[in-house]
Design a protein around this ligand. Structure first.
Ligand code: PFF
Length: 447
């Protein structure tokens, strides 16, 4: 193991903002509003909030507990805690981070392309054709490389000098820009119909599709909170201090949720003021539907630039947490310098992502593997470890630096042992079913 001193966050706010930066990403600004619109509006938000607070939040604390106690990367953390065999959980998380970043970066590349395209009005004459032309092929690969270079640039500077410093700028900028866009969107004629669509509960839509919506809400809760990829274990491993994990976790979860809600307040008034159907979301939602709307609005270029800058900052601050997961393993275990590790790993992840820059169906396949298999499996294993193997020490760690009563900590443990893994298990089984149907192994879904 390398003998060099490990870097740490310089302030509590620094850690919180870095974790919020990881959590707030494409999932909030692009996926969440459309998922809400398509699944019953406010009724879906209620289900989602329950999933975030009852399942995502306890799981996040489980990752924090492991990370802070071990002060190591996700793989060595389990060895340090005295459970060598369980390092497979860390391996799974680290592989997931590697895998997800490879195609997340391709989408990040599109976003950079769209900032330039908005400034020039390149997609104004046909947003669908434009998306088709830049989302796959050499141009997509080039911007995938640019995005990855930015991510490497931040991670190379380390925790306090790179990630903390940059996310302290990025996260407030995201909130300010998005807030400004929401205020502007509220002034649009006909935009009010967007709020109705977004925020009025449609309980019958929810009830009719509850078995697809429930796992979608749980899956989205994990994805948006950056769980299952070792990111929160890694970030907590640099804490080196005794702040309250539940308080920090709650702040992160609330801020992340508010950014998602705010994004909806931007997207829907814009679409409805132009009479555009939001559709069911998916890859085209931001890049075709919304971009098409910018093309028709006065000041559309500036709007487009502002929106896609928000999307870029959100994607970037999430992507750096993924590269940090993998980087931390080599930084903890070798004497190779951090910048070299970041460049080497970044290049390998870039190479892995290249196939997904050749076509949307390949990218969708990468995503399906991550979402339906890697993520829930990795979270499930972590929960079993914290809840059943490491329970006593985990409870003590959770209470460190807090006035948390023993009974509250035990309530958390009870959640981590039962409800949360059960929720994840159902999500995993349904996810496997989706994969089986897609692969043609199963003709129709069983549930
Ligand atoms: N939370 C990010 C989003 O909502 O887009 C995605 C993500 C980032 C997931 C980092 C996992 C992770 F480790």
């Amino acid at each position: 193991m390398s003998q060099t001193q490990r870097d740490t966050w310089t302030t509590r706010v620094g850690f919180i903002l870095a974790a919020v930066g990881s959590a707030v990403g494409l999932g909030n600004v692009w996926q969440f509003p459309f998922q809400t619109g398509a699944n019953g509006g406010a009724a879906f938000i209620v289900v989602y909030l329950v999933a975030v607070f009852l399942i995502g939040f306890p799981a996040m604390l489980a990752e924090f507990v492991v990370g802070r106690r071990a002060e190591r990367n996700p793989i060595d953390a389990f060895v340090r805690l005295g459970h060598r065999n369980w390092r497979i959980v860390g391996v799974l998380g680290t592989i997931s981070a590697f895998w997800i970043l490879s195609f997340y970066s391709v989408v990040g590349g599109w976003v950079i392309r769209y900032i330039l395209g908005s400034a020039r009005g390149s997609y104004f004459s046909g947003s669908e054709a434009y998306f088709g032309s830049i989302s796959a092929g050499p141009e997509a690969i080039f911007f995938h490389a640019v995005f990855m270079a930015l991510v490497i640039g931040v991670v190379a500077f380390g925790i306090s000098g790179g990630i903390e410093r940059s996310t302290k700028l990025m996260v407030p900028s995201i909130v300010l820009l998005l807030g400004g866009l929401a205020v502007w969107a509220s002034t649009l004629d006909g935009g009010a119909a967007g709020y109705v669509y977004y925020l009025s509960p449609d309980v019958s839509a929810l009830r009719a599709n509850i078995w697809t919506i429930l796992p979608a809400a749980v899956g989205q809760a994990f994805f948006t909170l950056s769980l299952g990829m070792g990111a929160m274990i890694t970030y907590a491993s640099y804490l080196g201090r005794d702040d309250s994990l539940p308080a920090d976790g709650a702040t992160i979860v609330v801020l992340n949720t508010l950014v998602g809600l705010l994004a909806g307040l931007v997207v829907f008034p814009i679409l409805f003021s132009l009479g555009v159907e939001p559709g069911s979301g998916g890859l085209g939602a931001a890049f075709i539907t919304l971009a098409g709307a910018f093309a028709q609005l006065p000041g559309g270029r500036i709007l487009g630039v502002a929106f896609f800058v928000v999307l870029l900052l959100a994607a970037l601050s999430s992507a750096i947490s993924l590269l940090e997961v993998v980087t931390s393993y080599l930084a903890d275990n070798t004497d190779v310098s951090r910048p070299r590790i970041a460049v080497g790993l970044g290049a390998a992840i870039f190479a892995l992502g290249i196939p997904s820059a050749f076509g949307l169906s390949i990218l969708g396949w990468y995503n399906a593997i991550a979402y339906n298999l890697l993520l829930p499996l990795s979270v499930l294993c972590l929960l079993l470890f914290v809840g059943w193997v490491d329970a006593g020490d985990a409870v003590t760690e959770l209470r460190r630096g807090t006035g948390l009563s023993e009974s509250s900590a035990l309530a958390w443990l009870w959640f981590v042992r039962t409800i949360v893994p059960l929720g994840v298990l159902v999500t995993l089984l349904l996810g496997l079913q989706t994969l089986a149907v897609d692969a043609g192994l199963l003709a129709n879904p069983v549930v």
